[in-house]
Write a protein that binds this ligand. Structure first.
Ligand code: ADP
Ligand code: MG
Length: 258
């Protein structure tokens, strides 16, 4: 299957970019897909979460921002199914370059009129690139009125994905590098995340196999990839991750977006 790249972006912080990246990555890798997460946020939230994580999958790519396009080319030839790129909360040329790499741009937002208005500049930036975008309403509070008018306005620019409600299990699970699926597999929150991921991969032409409970495929140790250019082997269809520091002592090096 051809590798697909998701860029999760929004100029607003705290809307669920990192949460969606982690959850999407775990869900897809547990289904047996080969997933690489990329953290381009200098605050390195995704990298911190990944460093706290015991499980081997998904893998994390640490690469200098200007080398990212090149690294993606190499990953493409190495059997990777999905690349999920987390971004800092900004609108910049750097973000535009990242968006250019996407098969699908995912824009999370909370559901209030104020929050939706705040993603306007991100929407403009993505529109400039002509890339397909999808909105995810996240942290929707039960019994809160979703502001239909604002949502309709934003939805003129892209599709609306299945919504994610506020779920305390999401917060709890991420504290030690996990996801809601791993601490509460049968919860409504896990069902929502599964629907979301199913929807997002469908947008890039992939259907999920019908066995979400499947265990992670073991692939030789949890290690961050630091420089795929030296490690990708086109013949074997695999890449060998570089050794990473002792758990807990080494932070991944997320590159910053200029
Ligand atoms: N659906 C949700 N329910 C509850 N808490 C959430 C949800 N989505 C995100 N959060 C929490 O909100 C905070 C910000 O999320 P994060 O993914 O870091 O946002 P961003 O990457 O956009 O800055 C985190 O503490 C995260 O655990
Ligand atoms: Mg983040």
């Amino acid at each position: 299957m051809a590798m697909k790249v998701f860029v999760i972006t929004s100029q607003k912080g705290g809307v669920g970019k990192t949460t969606i990246c982690g959850h999407m990555g775990v869900l897809l890798s547990r289904l047996g897909f080969r997933v690489v997460l990329v953290d381009t946020d200098p605050h390195a939230g995704l990298t911190d979460w990944w460093n706290d994580r015991e499980a081997e999958e998904p893998q994390l790519l640490s690469v200098a921002f200007d080398a990212l396009a090149n690294s993606l080319e190499l990953l493409k030839n190495s059997g990777v199914d999905f690349v999920i790129i987390d971004t800092p909360p900004q609108v910049s040329d750097g973000i535009k370059d990242l968006v250019m790499l996407a098969d699908l741009v995912v824009i999370p937002s909370k559901a209030s009129r104020h929050d939706l208005r705040a993603v306007r500049r991100t929407v403009d930036l993505v529109e400039d690139t002509g890339k397909k975008m999808v909105f995810v309403l996240n942290e929707v509070r039960p019994k809160t009125r979703i502001e239909g008018e604002a949502i309709l306005a934003i939805a003129q620019h892209g599709k609306l994905a299945p919504i994610i409600h506020y779920r305390q299990d999401i917060v709890t699970s991420m504290i030690d590098g996990r996801t809601i699926q791993e601490i509460a597999p049968r919860s409504p929150g896990t069902a929502e995340i599964t629907s979301l991921v199913e929807y997002l991969v469908k947008q890039v032409g992939t259907r999920l196999p019908n066995h979400s409970g499947k265990e992670a495929v073991k692939r030789g140790g949890k290690q961050a990839i630091t420089d795929p250019s030296t490690q990708v082997t086109a013949h074997s269809g695999t890449y060998l991750p570089a050794p990473r520091g002792k758990k807990g002592s080494t932070k991944g090096t997320a590159s910053s977006v200029k």
